[in-house]
Ligand binder design. Structure first.
Ligand code: MRU
Length: 337
């Protein structure tokens, strides 16, 4: 396998390494995810996270397993266990279906490696296309609010929503980013601020509950978020809190855009009601990183994602172009090509 490098994922001498996103921003530690069982654990624990990156890393994991002499049965098992590691982001299933397709067509180690490398390269290319389409929407001096983390850490390239913001910054649009903290696992506070700081993009951190008043004060002209699965009708799942943000944006007449690669579209889901939503451990809501602030036995509901209906979207930014809410009324099937 070629040596590949992105902000949160690399292959070195056939080994798959992931930057431990649980320890950022303070500690930059690379974990070995070459063995599929280890990679499954890194994905479940969110050491490697974000819809595109879990798919790309899983594909590289299967390829590395093949290079190390895994049998066909072992490779099928690896595809199945990686596919099941997280249920909402369809990119993971999409990548595993591609690797399974190579196996089912009788492909050997060389074909598996080629496909995994192509998934990595294509993801980076998708990012460039989303960035160019999305940046064209942004006027000089805009305040942009974003949720969760959608940058270089979660793709093979520059990111989805954060990639658009980065491109707008590079084009001199003089943007200022408001970063939702993103409870419960603080992907915004820990990761998006880390990325924006490295890129020199001006930003301000807020808690999720402050977004409404920041919009009410007129500080935000656009909301850009990622997506974990987009249904045929344009409804989409993203990090919990996205739906509330979309309602607030709609109330204030602020355009709201999900940004995602085609690998996030699931034409088999007719609407958001068909998207499976991952529920995670109660401990993530009772506290964080070893610290607990709620009673240890308090009842908790912890869905990791919510569904935003297409009615709240101004337009959807895909690598294939920008699709307005009215264009989405025709459904996404027509966009497949
Ligand atoms: O649970 P996470 O941190 O993997 O959730 C990530 C998100 O919700 C992102 O917004 C989404 O994957 C899009 S990232 C390009």
């Amino acid at each position: 396998m070629r040596d590949l490098t992105s902000l949160g994922l690399k292959t070195v001498g056939g080994r798959v390494l992931v930057l431990d996103q649980r320890r950022l921003p303070d500690i930059e530690e690379w974990l070995d995810g070459t063995a599929p069982a280890a990679l499954v654990e890194h994905i479940r624990r969110l050491s490697v996270r974000g819809a595109p990156l879990i798919g790309v890393s899983a594909a590289l994991g299967v390829a590395a397993h093949a290079e190390r002499g895994a049998s066909r049965t072992q490779l099928e098992q690896a595809c199945a266990s990686l596919r099941a590691a997280r249920p909402t982001a369809v990119n993971l299933a999409w990548a595993m279906d591609q690797m399974r397709g190579v196996l089912d067509a009788g492909g050997g180690v060389g074909e598996l490696v080629k496909r995994a490398e192509a998934i990595f390269d294509q993801d980076a290319e998708f990012c460039e296309q989303m960035a160019n389409h999305g940046a064209a929407l942004i006027a000089p001096g805009e305040g942009i609010l974003t949720h969760c983390n959608t940058g270089g850490l979660v793709t093979a390239g520059i990111g989805t929503a954060l990639g658009v913001i980065r491109r707008a910054h590079e084009l001199g649009r003089n943007v200022h980013v408001f970063v939702d903290e993103t409870r419960p696992l603080l992907q915004g506070a820990r990761l998006t601020t880390w990325e924006l700081g490295r890129l020199g993009i001006p930003h301000t951190l807020i808690t999720d509950g402050m977004a409404a008043s920041v919009l009410a004060r007129g500080k935000v002209q656009r909301v850009l978020v990622g997506a974990d699965r987009i249904a045929r009708n344009g409804d989409f799942a993203n990090k919990v809190g996205t739906y509330a943000l979309a309602i607030v944006a709609c109330h204030h007449g602020v355009p709201f855009h999900p940004v995602a690669p085609w690998s996030t579209v699931d034409l088999s889901c007719a609407s958001g009601r068909d998207i499976p939503i991952e529920e995670r451990a109660a401990s993530e809501v009772r506290g964080y990183s070893g610290m607990r602030w709620a009673p240890s036995d308090v009842d908790v509901f912890n869905p990791a994602f919510d569904v935003t209906p297409v009615a709240l979207i101004e337009s959807l930014v895909l690598d294939r172009g920008v699709f307005s809410r009215s264009a989405l009324a025709q459904g996404l099937s027509g966009v497949a090509g």
